[in-house]
Each structure stands twice: as structure tokens, then as C-alpha cells.
Ligand binder design. Structure first.
Ligand code: GLY
Ligand code: MN
Length: 492
């Protein structure tokens, strides 16, 4: 892949620039006659007809809540820009979570786009202030709830009818392929769209750096709407199939020198083909690596007789992600100690699932799981002889929380206030994980040697319903018998 040297300075959008250092490369010479030649004689190609995306009314309802809360303020919600990896290469672009939530624009969102809420004195926009007839019609329709006109600004790509088509490798469709136009995005998302060049910031803009706005937008995602729950089920289903792919390739993981990498890439292959990407770095932890909670190096062997802990989630095109963990016996059968640990974690998970319903507090789900863990490690004799009643000794074997909200972000709604998150009363539509575990590090002198190197976590994604909760990932094998049969069917 080669491009021209006309743009050493990568303009991702009018207001943000990323400098690149790429001067020593041999690139195509820029000859004005050649540019002229390349800019002409391109015939018409059919473009995709624009259709309304099902997310549009949901995103409009979210924007209405923001508008009511921040009436009279000008809000600027930026998608963000591409992050440079090295000279002229960039990481895959991922728009800001709140930008996606408020626009419905997911994996294909344009880098540098901004969503702007301009306050209006009243809902009745006059023909003087409206730029299009659609503005007037749109404002009238939203008169009850909207205190702002909302505009999505982004840089259109350069089509074959423009000079930049070939002459600018950052926006020219010759280089980057066809992208949706302002009109197509406007139709799909139900938003008034304008070129980024027309966007002007003001000193009074409230942006995502503003703590009150960031907090409100994170709390806005605490309860998911029907569209979001359906997307999360899609993400969970895709993740289940990705886990199947891993199980069906365990033989090659066992024979590879770095079998954990085989596990990681089998899941990645599925995440890229069935969805957009993973929602976070996959943890493919075999043997004692399972005790390292953030094990993402994934360069160890996958050995017969040990356990494999796989924590992974497919992020679908709308950017909603699953977050699932399964721990499986690599040879297809748990030994007695592995089984004892696994069944305890399962019991803790089931205790948490049982209490999750509207009306209880978020942290009570965690408390239910921890009560099982605390009781078991006490029964096993792992606690000190003269315990200090103030110390949670059992947390040595499970230091992490049991639950976190899940959505576009794997750890969704992280800026919500404690009283809205950890101490909040559960409501229908909340989606979160239940993920207890037990981890016995090699050399931990508080436990018998036979426990060393065993790490188990079972993680499911649940949605709170009117009268309880539903496990979106219940179909992915969980019990000892299910997990053993799953692995046995995958090993040749
Ligand atoms: N599964 C990743 C996490 O919850 O941190
Ligand atoms: Mn998790």
C-alpha cells in the first residue's frame, strides 16, 4: 500500500490536526500534469440509497434528555480523532462512547465529527434562523422536549467528482474507499448534517471535559433501551460462537508453543468476521496465568490437565460489547481440586443471579457472591487462626468486584456517581456482569499446594427485567457437565 507525499500533515478534521513524520519515504512524484490526468475521466458509480437506521428514534430520545438537562447551554460532543501509531499509520478509529450513544453512529463514524446542541430561545424556529426546511419541520416535531437544535458536523470524503479524490490520500475516496455522504448520514440517523468546515467553537461551549456533562452522559446509559438490549444480545451471541471457535481449535492451541496466542487469534478472527472488534483486550490465560487478573500478554502454552480461562467479548458494529468469561479443563475433564473450586465459583455466581432484581441495591449482587466465597474459603481452612473481624481475608482469593455495568464500554457508566452506581437501586433495563472468581497464586502459603495455580472465573451478562433478571449468556456452557461436554466435543 503506497500513497503520495502531498500531505505530510494529516488533517483528520478541520479543527484537529495530527502531524506525521514521513519525509524520508520514497513516494509517488507529484507532477501537476499527472494529478490533472488522475483527477479526470471517472464515470459515475451507483451509490447506496440512504435508509433510516433503526437506532434513530432511540438516539433522538437520548438527545431530548440531554437537551432538557442542559437547556440554554451550547454542547459540543466530539467523536474524537484518530490516534497515531507511528508516522503515517494510525490505530483503528473508535468514536467516543457518548458520541455514539447520542448519534447512533457506531464503527463507521467519521473521525473528527462533532455533535452540537445549539440552544434556542423557544421551540418555534423562525425561517430566519433555520438553515433548511427540515430544521423547521424537525424542531416542530420535537417541540415538547428539545431546547436545542442539533447538528452533526463531519468531513465528507472526496468523491470522484472532486480534485481531492486522488490528490488527498486522507480524504480522497481513491485511497480510502467510498464513505457515506452528509445526506446519507442525515437520512440514516435522522440528524441535520453539515460540513465540519462550518463548525465553529465558542468560548462558552460545554464539552466532554466538563465534569457535569460527562457524569450526566454516563448516568444516561445506566438503563438501556430496547435497541441497546437487542444489540447486547447480538454481541453476547456472537461471543458465544467465538468461544465455540476457540474450543474447536484447542488441539492446535495445545500443540503450539504459544498456545494462548492461538486462543486469542481464534477469538479475534471471529470478532472481526462476526462483529467489529473485541470490546477489550482478550484474556487468554492458561494454567497459573489465570491468577493474573489482567493477563493480556497471552504468550504462554496451553497444557493438558490445566485450566484455560478465557475472558473475551465481541463488539458489534453498533459498538455494544459483550464481556464473558468461561474457565474450561483443557483435557475435557476437571480434576477433583479444579472441580471443587469451579463449583464454588458457580455457586457464588448462581447466588448473585438469584438476588438480581429491581428494588435491591447494585452492591447486594456482589455481596451475595462474596458471601459464598467467604464461607467456602473459611470451610477449607484458609483463614488465619485468630482472625481480625475487621479484615476481609477471603478477598485475598478474589480481589475484584463481581459486577460492572456493560454497554458501549466494557466498564460502562464509569463516571456515574456512587449513589447512581454501586449504591443504586436496580431498575429494569440495567445491564451488568456477574463475574465471581477464585484465584490461588503459585506459592501462596495460605493455601495447600494442590490449589496453587488454579484460577477460575465465570462471567455472564445479565439484564434486569420487571420482576427479576435475564442471563443473556445462559446458553454458553456453565455447569461442570456442560463445560466438560463442550471441550470433549471440540477436542478431536
Ligand atoms: N472482562 C474484563 C473486565 O471486566 O475487566
Ligand atoms: Mn467483566
Amino acid at each position: 500500500m503506497s500513497d503520495k507525499n502531498t500531505n505530510q500533515n494529516v488533517s483528520v478534521c478541520a479543527s484537529h490536526e495530527v502531524k506525521i513524520d514521513n519525509f524520508s519515504r520514497t513516494t509517488l512524484s507529484v507532477d501537476s500534469k499527472f494529478l490533472e490526468y488522475m483527477s479526470n475521466n471517472w464515470g459515475a458509480v451507483p451509490s447506496e440509497p440512504a435508509t433510516v437506521h433503526e437506532v434513530a428514534p432511540y438516539a433522538a430520545a437520548r438527545r431530548a434528555k440531554v437537551s432538557r438537562k442542559f437547556a440554554a447551554k451550547r454542547l459540543v460532543i466530539a467523536a474524537g480523532i484518530m490516534k497515531q501509531r507511528a508516522n503515517d499509520t494510525f490505530y483503528m478509529f473508535r468514536p467516543h462512547t457518548s458520541f455514539t450513544h447520542l448519534t447512533g453512529w457506531g464503527a463507521n463514524a467519521a473521525p473528527g465529527a462533532v455533535l452540537v446542541f445549539d440552544p434556542v430561545a423557544s421551540c418555534a424556529i423562525s425561517e430566519d434562523t433555520a438553515t433548511t426546511a427540515d430544521d423547521v419541520a424537525g424542531a416542530a416535531a420535537q417541540c415538547d422536549s428539545m431546547q436545542h437544535t442539533v447538528t452533526l458536523y463531519f468531513a465528507e470524503s472526496a468523491t470522484r467528482y472532486s480534485k481531492e479524490f486522488f490528490d488527498n490520500s486522507e480524504v480522497g475516496e481513491f485511497w480510502i474507499g467510498a464513505k457515506p455522504s452528509l445526506k446519507q448520514v442525515s437520512t440514516a440517523l435522522g440528524l441535520n448534517c453539515k460540513p465540519i468546515a462550518e463548525f465553529q467553537s465558542t468560548a462558552d461551549d460545554v464539552t466532554l471535559d466538563n465534569a457535569a456533562l460527562a457524569e450526566f452522559l454516563d448516568e444516561l446509559r445506566l438503563v438501556k433501551d430496547d435497541y441497546e438490549i437487542a444489540q447486547m444480545q447480538l454481541a453476547v451471541n456472537a461471543t458465544g460462537r467465538g468461544f465455540d471457535e476457540v474450543i474447536n481449535n484447542l488441539d492446535s492451541a495445545v500443540t503450539a508453543e504459544r498456545g494462548e496466542r492461538v486462543v486469542e487469534v481464534m477469538f479475534h478472527k471471529h470478532a472481526r468476521t462476526a462483529g467489529n472488534w473485541e470490546g477489550y483486550d482478550t484474556i487468554a490465560a492458561a494454567g497459573a496465568h489465570a491468577c493474573t487478573l489482567h493477563w493480556i500478554t497471552n504468550d504462554g502454552p496451553v497444557k493438558e490437565g490445566e485450566l484455560l480461562l478465557l475472558d473475551a467479548g465481541v463488539e458489534v458494529e453498533s459498538l455494544y460489547t459483550a464481556d464473558i468469561t468461561r474457565t474450561v479443563p483443557i483435557s475435557g475433564r476437571f480434576n477433583e481440586i479444579q472441580k471443587k473450586v469451579y463449583e464454588t465459583v458457580l455457586e457464588a455466581a448462581d447466588a448473585a443471579h438469584k438476588v438480581a432484581r429491581p428494588g435491591i441495591k447494585f452492591h447486594e449482587v456482589h455481596d451475595a457472591a462474596m458471601a459464598v466465597i467467604a464461607e467456602k474459603v473459611k470451610q477449607w481452612g484458609f483463614l488465619p487462626d485468630n482472625p481480625d473481624p475487621e479484615l476481609p481475608y477471603h478477598r485475598r482469593y478474589m480481589v475484584h468486584g463481581t459486577c460492572h455495568h456493560l454497554g458501549i464500554d466494557v466498564h460502562d457508566c464509569a463516571q456515574a456517581r456512587r449513589e447512581m452506581y454501586y449504591n443504586a437501586i436496580l431498575e429494569p433495563g440495567m445491564v451488568f456482569t456477574i463475574e465471581p472468581g477464585l484465584y490461588f497464586h503459585p506459592g501462596d502459603l495460605t493455601v495447600p499446594e494442590e490449589f496453587w495455580g488454579i484460577g477460575v472465573r465465570i462471567e455472564d451478562d445479565i439484564v434486569v427485567t420487571e420482576d427479576g433478571s435475564r442471563n443473556l449468556s445462559a446458553h454458553i456452557p456453565r455447569t461442570v457437565a456442560e463445560v466438560e461436554a463442550w471441550v470433549q466435543s471440540g477436542r478431536k
